[in-house]
Structure formats: C-alpha cells, structure tokens
Unconditional design. Structure first.
Lengths: 117, 113
C-alpha cells in the first residue's frame, strides 16, 4: 500500500469514449498532481491542485478535465482522446507549500496505463 | 528557476559492480533534492532525499547520494549492483516555497550478469 491508489490500472478506450481516472490518497496531504509519462519522453506535469484549488494547468488540451472534490480525491475526466494520448498517467500527492513544504517529496500512485484505439 | 540534468539516459553495469548515476541541479536558493526509482508499469518510489541536513544521504536498497554544493551535484551510488536494481531512476529538485518538484529526464539502469 503506497498511500496513493489509482484506478483503474489499465484502460483501453476508443476515441469517442468518455472515461475517468481516479486517484485517492490516505496520507493527509493537501496537494495533488497529475503527470503524463509517454515512452521516451520526460515526465509531463499536467495539473496541480493545492487545497482543492487548481493552481497549475500546463497547456493541457481541453479533452483532459481534472476534478478535485476534496483533498483526498482527484479525478481526470477523459473525452474524445487521440492515439497520442496513450501513456502512463501518474497521480501524486504532497504536503503543501510554504516553509514546511514538500520536504518529503511526492508520493506517487502506481499509475493508469491508458491505451487509446 | 530550478532545473535538473541527468547525464546519460542509459547506464549499463555488471552485477556486483559500482552503480553511479549522475545528477546536476541548478537553483538560486538552497534546494531539496530527491532520487526516485521506477520499475516497469509502476509509479515512482522515493529512494532518498536531501533536505539540508547531512550531505551524505542513505536511502533504501543500499543506495546513497552525496550533496556537493560546489559541484551542484547529487549523484546516486551503490557499491554493488544487483539484478533487481534494473529500473529507471529520476533525480528531482525543489527550491523555494512552492509545491513544484522539477524532474530530470531519467536514467535507465541495466544490470548484466
């Protein structure tokens, strides 16, 4: 148990489907993140939520829609995706910003392997 | 602004040999530094971290890293590689008061018999 749980672990979806990825953390953290990891590319930070407010959106296409209903849950809603969106999607959490900051770094989930067909 | 450079996207060592994975950082303020390991189809797992206490940091699985301010480096080492160490390793830096960790591009470690 890593403290950050992602479901599903694997997802295959057509380009016209709508699906959601779920992330849940049991660590009492107040910041959560979505990353995209594609083959042979660096980790791409997609979204950052701090205290349930979106504080960063790194030019992510609108077909990706995040939702953070509370500090323990984070969703990534997907619709009309493209084949190039196939990747490993990683969720992470950390204790928030400020002097105390994320001294312990981020805690990652195991990821959702997404394949768009 | 902060950044991390990992030299060598692929490193290959023999089982029992020294592992050295290089990481250099850039930061205008004292940084926090991290090494993560990722096994296939898994998330990133924290190996060790530097948070301005001891400059030599010991982590899990026999890994350690030394913070060298004069060289702006935080290289990861292990005296004797094991087959189970084969994975991808990421260096990351956090500086300033924000949440953001900046990751390097990763180094794939291969361990050969």
């Amino acid at each position: 148990e890593t403290g950050v749980t992602q479901t599903p672990r694997h997802l295959v979806m057509g380009m016209t489907n709508k699906k959601s990825l779920k992330c849940e953390q049991h660590l009492g953290h107040n910041a959560m993140y979505w990353y995209k990891q594609s083959a042979k590319k660096p980790l791409e930070l997609m979204f950052v939520y701090s205290l349930e407010e979106r504080v960063e959106n790194n030019s992510v296409p609108s077909r990706f829609s995040p939702e953070c209903p509370n500090s323990s849950h984070l969703f990534l809603h997907l619709h009309t995706l493209q084949p190039e969106d196939s990747a490993l999607y990683l969720c992470a959490s950390s204790q928030g910003s400020g002097t105390g900051g994320p001294r312990n770094g981020y805690t990652f989930g195991s990821g959702t392997r997404l394949t768009v067909v | 602004a902060q950044s991390v450079t990992q030299l060598g996207s692929h490193v290959s060592v023999s089982e029992g040999a020294l592992v050295l994975l290089r990481c250099n950082y850039s930061s205008s303020v004292p940084p926090y530094l991290f090494w993560y390991v990722q096994y296939p189809n898994q998330g990133l797992q924290l190996l060790l971290k530097y948070t301005s206490a001891a400059t030599l940091v010991k982590g899990i699985n026999g890994f350690e890293a030394e913070f060298k301010k004069s060289e702006t480096s935080f290289h990861l080492t292990k005296p004797s590689a094991h087959m189970s160490d084969a994975a991808e390793y990421f260096c990351a830096v956090r500086a300033g008061g924000g949440n953001k960790l900046t990751f390097g591009t990763g180094t794939q470690l291969k361990v050969e018999l």
